[in-house]
Ligand binder design. Structure first.
Ligand code: S6P
Ligand code: ZN
Length: 193
């Protein structure tokens, strides 16, 4: 972790920031239970444990006042007809927000509150998405062959709470139908509420 003020550069040619402290790689095997089409998930996994997304984090002390930043890179692809996406989470300190800036690709930010209010924002080059306090969030790559590259920044003490989304998912799923994305109900969510 760096001391004092610093800068770094995000090169879109090799899409890795010139400085990062932590590199998270999420492959298909780490996403068990996240995609609704379990048969499609199993047969894809039997073929190859491919990488779905990566996160490059610029770490800061996890204290009030600090901002944790980084970029996430979501690969193009689908499990069945559901687009590649991040796991999604609430912040452990629920009352914290986050800002995303789209550097490449085409995607969606799916958001919802613990009470089940939901929202979807489209992301293209230059789009800024503000995720307010209390809103869980998941990034979804809609592009057929381009990576979705997002810069993010959020309070460093926020932490992550994956539990409820791991158990029941988001209220809505985003799937491809007739070459377009469509928002459909997640039956697992409905049954749990
Ligand atoms: C953290 C921030 C991002 C995500 C990343 C991966 O608050 O929202 O760094 O961690 O996009 O998503 P996930 O849901 O696997 O942590
Ligand atoms: Zn977050």
């Amino acid at each position: 972790m760096r001391e004092g003020p610093f800068s770094y550069h995000i090169s879109l040619d090799d899409r890795n920031p010139t400085h990062f402290d932590n590199h998270i790689i999420r492959s298909l095997s780490s996403m068990e239970g996240y995609f609704y089409d379990e048969a499609a998930y199993s047969s894809m996994l039997a073929e190859e444990d491919q990488v779905l997304y990566e996160v490059f984090e610029i770490k800061r002390p996890e204290t009030v006042g600090e901002l944790l930043q980084g970029i996430s890179v979501i690969r193009p692809g689908k499990v069945g007809n559901e687009y590649f996406m991040t796991k999604g989470h609430f912040h452990k300190v629920l009352d914290t927000s986050e800002v995303y800036y789209c550097l490449r690709g085409h995607g969606l930010m799916l958001m919802e509150t613990p009470e089940g209010e939901w929202a979807l924002e489209e992301m293209k080059l230059g789009t800024v998405v503000y995720v307010p306090p209390r809103w869980g969030h998941r990034s979804i790559n809609l592009h057929p062959d381009q990576e979705l590259i997002l810069f993010f920044a959020y309070p460093a003490h926020a932490g992550h709470d994956y539990k409820s989304i791991e158990e029941r998912g988001f209220r809505k799923l985003v799937v491809e139908r007739n070459g377009k994305h469509e928002v459909v109900e997640n039956e697992r969510w409905d049954q749990s509420s």
